[in-house]
Design a protein around this ligand. Structure first.
Ligand code: FE2
Ligand code: FE2
Length: 194
C-alpha cells in the first residue's frame, strides 16, 4: 500500500469522527491492521484485500447507524477505493464484502478466508486485558449499566469463542480465555449463592 493511500484512509476515518478514543484510528484501527498482517502469514489469501479491509473496516462508525456500521462502512469503503484511490472494482468489492461481515451478528458470517481474517484481527483487539479495558471504556462512554455491560460481554465472548474455534484462530482463543476467567470471577463475586 502506498503512503498517500494510507494517509487518505486515515483522513477519511478521522474527518468528522467523534468516536470514543478506544475506537480511534491510532488506538484501534492501526492495531487491527497489525493483527491482520500477522494473521496473513502462511495463509493463501489476497493480502491487498485483507490490508485495505483492516484499515477501512470501521469507517462506517461515524455515519448513521441504520443497518449497522459494518453495512455502512462496506458501502463507503467500496466507493472510496474506486472513486478516490482508483482501485479496480474487483478489489473494492472484495474489501467491501469483508467489511460487511466483520461484526459479530449471526447473519453476517464471514463468507471468505479474507473476511475471517479481518474478523479475527478485529476481535483480537477486543480480547485479553487490552480488550477488556477498551470494552469497559466504550460501555462507560455509552452510559451502559454494569449489568447491561456484563451481559453484552458474556454474549460476545461466547459468540466469538464459537467462531474462533470454527475458523481456527488459536491466538484469539487464548485472548478469549482471559475474558472468560474475568467473567467467571465477576459471577462468583456477584451471583454466588449463599
Ligand atoms: Fe467494527
Ligand atoms: Fe473494529
Amino acid at each position: 500500500m502506498e503512503t498517500h493511500e494510507f494517509e487518505a484512509i486515515k483522513e477519511l476515518y478521522n474527518e468528522g469522527n467523534d468516536t470514543v478514543p478506544a475506537h480511534s484510528f491510532d488506538e484501534h484501527v492501526l492495531e487491527v491492521y497489525e493483527n491482520a498482517k500477522e494473521l496473513l502469514e502462511g495463509e493463501d489469501v489476497d493480502e491487498e484485500v485483507v490490508k485495505y479491509s483492516a484499515l477501512l473496516h470501521d469507517v462506517g462508525r461515524k455515519f448513521s447507524r441504520e443497518g449497522g456500521h459494518a453495512e455502512k462502512g462496506a458501502e463507503v469503503a467500496e466507493n472510496f477505493l474506486i472513486g478516490e484511490l482508483e482501485k479496480e472494482e474487483e478489489l473494492a468489492k472484495k474489501v467491501s464484502e469483508c467489511i460487511r461481515h466483520h461484526s459479530n451478528r449471526p447473519h453476517l458470517k464471514p463468507p471468505t478466508r479474507e473476511a475471517e481474517i479481518l474478523w479475527a484481527a478485529d476481535k483480537l483487539h477486543a480480547t485479553g486485558a487490552t480488550g477488556l479495558f477498551r470494552f469497559l471504556l466504550t460501555m462507560g462512554a455509552k452510559d451502559y449499566s454494569t449489568e447491561e455491560a456484563f451481559e453484552i460481554l458474556r454474549e460476545r465472548v461466547s459468540d466469538a469463542e464459537e467462531r474462533a474455534k470454527e475458523f481456527g484462530f488459536e491466538d484469539l482463543l487464548s485472548g478469549l480465555k482471559s475474558l472468560k476467567d474475568f467473567i467467571e470471577m465477576y459471577e462468583e463475586e456477584n451471583y454466588a449463592s449463599n
